[in-house]
Design a protein around this ligand. Structure first.
Ligand SMILES: [Zn+2]
Length: 658
């Protein structure tokens, strides 16, 4: 193993140098360590009553020749295990745990036995379809699984310093490099589900081996070129798919795989949302590492299209469950949304890489929006129930009885057979510390206001940063700096898009406008810092009434409530006596924020008034010319991420203002 690649400007402050200690977020970290990781470990061993077997360990044992039997689960089943291994690696980075490490090492032992002599690893193709490797990249996620295994190996190496899994996955990556490429006898392809690309960039960072970077670049540049690989492969296969053995006249739908045109020419987010944002993440990585401006421009265009045209206010993406996909600009239905938890996690990956490429607050604003709303909503407070789909409007009866809404669940579900989202939430939250800061040689950027400590080197000085934050309930932030000697550097603090101003003091003295500059949404404080210097930032957190672009049909005449990073939702349980659609905001009643210690562990709720349209006189008519009467009722909104935790009930983010 050679030395790791040198850090470049914009690198995140690595997880091992950040500790989260925060009244809001520490609880989530504990939940991941104490509930999610142990629970999923049990599902791998098929030991959770009432939950479909995960097959992970059994598949490994069969592939290793230690057990006889049939492969179980989906073709990409190994990826769940990989995401769990990655979460465990992150967790071990911040919270050493010999028992967890022992369990992981045991699994790595099995994996070593299941790995093929040439480096190949995939229990499906080893057990069920030997000889069919790389024959169906369109459907079978072979490189996607490889990518997750590589990410796991890098995380475990960083968390423990152990190189066994990393070495195994380097062998696998080297073998992939032998198979794919434009040379004689090589396969000029790429995967139907992007993931290997961003993983190879991580492998390059961990090992310093440029061949992994070049392979990532190959997969990105090859995608969408002529002849179209997925069509060629499909013809070679006899026009069948993994999901149907019957030949079909319908060739793979290239936009679904973001492979219709070369990626540098793409300017519209299309197709499967998770695949799209995983690919854009790798593009942003490569744009930065290789200073590739045309790739950076493509990233900016795609970012712009998503965040200005195709993103829900909650940071959800993917408007339709048909293909878990983007549809088109301004098509953002609330009640049939897909907005998969994994897609918002992928959007966070994309945002964090855009921040590394160029620190602009808009990237961190979206990152924060997706994190505090869709990602947190994705998991119940027990760490054992999850939303895959994150709608902005739910009518539980319609979820049951309208086939077009079956995918929209009114309460979080237990573990799924296709358990993509839960381990994705686990690996994101276990590595959350890595999203808080990035740095250049002399500037520390604070993107998220999350309490804890960080150790960084700035302009040759070791600096300890201790942050306290009142988010998401209040906008009070304090940052204390400790240095060995007076240290000249710049502290850049993000001013979020949800605030209209800020107050800033250093050691209790207000900072004059001449003592800072604002650039791309960050306040830059450039000065010589002394040990014990205390920066206090106050971000006013007013209740905001937000409206959508007139092209968004679904939200015409409606508003959403936002306070700080949190989007709010109304629930039926707080508004009994009629549908939420009958409520109209009563602007004569002021909206007020109040901390409610009784609500699901304590949360700030927004209270005000509404007028409810009455059903008197409508008992036996469906349509009438009669004017509707309305009565005043209390209005109460809770943070969106907490919806669906009090039993089945209607929910809506957008409600009428007229
Ligand atoms: Zn998912």
């Amino acid at each position: 193993m050679t030395a790791a690649a040198q850090p470049k400007p914009g690198d995140p402050v690595q997880l091992r140098h950040v500790r989260i200690s925060d009244p809001f977020w520490s609880e989530y970290g504990r939940l991941i360590r104490e509930a999610v990781i142990p629970y999923q470990y049990e599902t791998f061993h098929d030991r959770v009553p009432g939950v479909e077997p995960g097959h992970a360990i059994r598949n490994l044992r069969i592939a290793a020749g230690l057990e006889k039997g049939e492969f179980g689960g989906f073709v990409f089943q190994d990826s769940d295990l990989a995401k769990w291994l990655e979460a465990a690696g992150h967790s071990l980075t911040t919270h050493p745990d010999p028992e967890l490490e022992r369990k992981v090492d045991e699994i790595i032992d099995l994996m070593a036995q299941a790995q093929q002599p040439d480096g190949y690893f995939n229990t499906y193709f080893t057990v069920k379809e030997p000889g069919k490797r790389w024959t169906n990249l369109t459907d079978c996620h072979e490189l996607y699984v490889a990518g997750h295994l590589i990410e796991a190996a890098v995380a475990y190496y960083r968390g423990t310093g152990k190189t066994r899994l990393l070495d195994m996955m380097c062998r696998f990556a080297d073998y992939i490099g032998d198979v794919f490429g434009s040379g004689e006898g090589k396969l000029p392809g790429y995967d139907g589900h992007q993931e290997i690309e961003l993983a190879l960039v991580k492998l390059y960072r961990a090992t310093g081996q440029e061949r992994y970077l070049r392979l990532a670049q190959y997969f990105i540049d090859q995608r969408g070129t002529d002849p179209k690989f997925f069509h060629e492969e499909w013809k070679r296969r006899g026009r069948i798919s993994h999901w149907s053995p019957v030949p079909s006249h319908k060739a793979p739908d290239l936009p679904y795989f973001q492979s219709h045109i070369p990626v540098r020419e793409q300017d519209q987010a299309v197709g499967h949302a998770v695949r799209a944002v995983y690919m854009y993440s790798a593009m942003a990585d490569l744009a930065r590492v290789n200073r590739d401006e045309s790739l950076a421009q493509a990233c900016r265009r795609l970012w712009h299209n998503i965040t200005r045209r195709q993103m829900y206010i909650t940071g959800g993406i993917g408007s339709t469950h048909h293909g878990e996909a983007f549809t088109f600009d301004y098509d953002l239905p609330n009640d049939t949304a897909y907005a998969e938890t994994c897609a918002s996690i992928g959007l966070i990956f994309f945002a964090s890489r855009m921040l590394r490429l160029e620190p602009k607050a808009e990237y961190a604003d979206v990152l924060e929006r997706a994190l505090y709303n869709t990602v947190l909503a994705g998991m119940a407070r027990d760490g054992q129930h999850f939303f895959y789909v994150n709608p902005l409007e739910v009518w539980p009866e319609a979820s049951r009885r309208n086939p077009g809404k079956h995918h929209v669940k009114p309460i979080r579900q237990g573990w799924f057979a296709c358990a993509c989202c839960p381990p994705n939430v686990a690996r994101l939250l276990a590595s959350l510390g890595e999203y808080v800061y990035t740095q250049t040689t002399d500037t520390l950027y604070t993107h998220l206001y999350i309490g804890g400590t960080a150790e960084v080197w700035l302009a040759g000085n070791k600096v300890a940063v201790a942050q306290e934050s009142g988010l998401p309930w209040s906008g009070q932030v304090a940052i204390r700096l400790e240095t060995n000697a007076p240290a000249p550097f710049s502290l850049a603090l993000r001013i979020p898009d949800w605030t209209d101003g800020f107050r800033l003091t250093i050691n209790g003295i207000p900072v004059a406008p001449s003592d800072f500059c604002i650039q791309d949404g960050y306040v830059h404080l450039a000065r010589t810092w002394h040990s014990g210097d205390l920066v206090q930032l106050e971000l006013p957190m007013d209740i905001r009434l937000v409206r959508a672009h007139p092209q968004v049909r679904a939200n015409a005449g409606k508003v959403a409530l936002v306070r700080g990073p949190l989007v709010y939702a109304l629930e039926g349980i707080d508004h009994e006596g009629g549908p939420l659609a009958a409520l109209v905001l009563d602007k004569s009643v002021p909206l007020a924020a109040r901390f409610d210690p009784e609500l699901l562990g304590g949360a700030v709720v927004i209270e005000g008034g509404a007028l409810r349209e009455q059903e008197d006189g409508w008992e036996d008519v469906l349509y009438s010319t009669a004017a509707k009467s309305a009565v005043p009722v209390p209005l109460r909104a809770i943070p969106y991420y907490l919806w669906g935790n009090r039993g089945e009930s209607e929910m809506t983010v957008w409600f009428r203002e007229h």
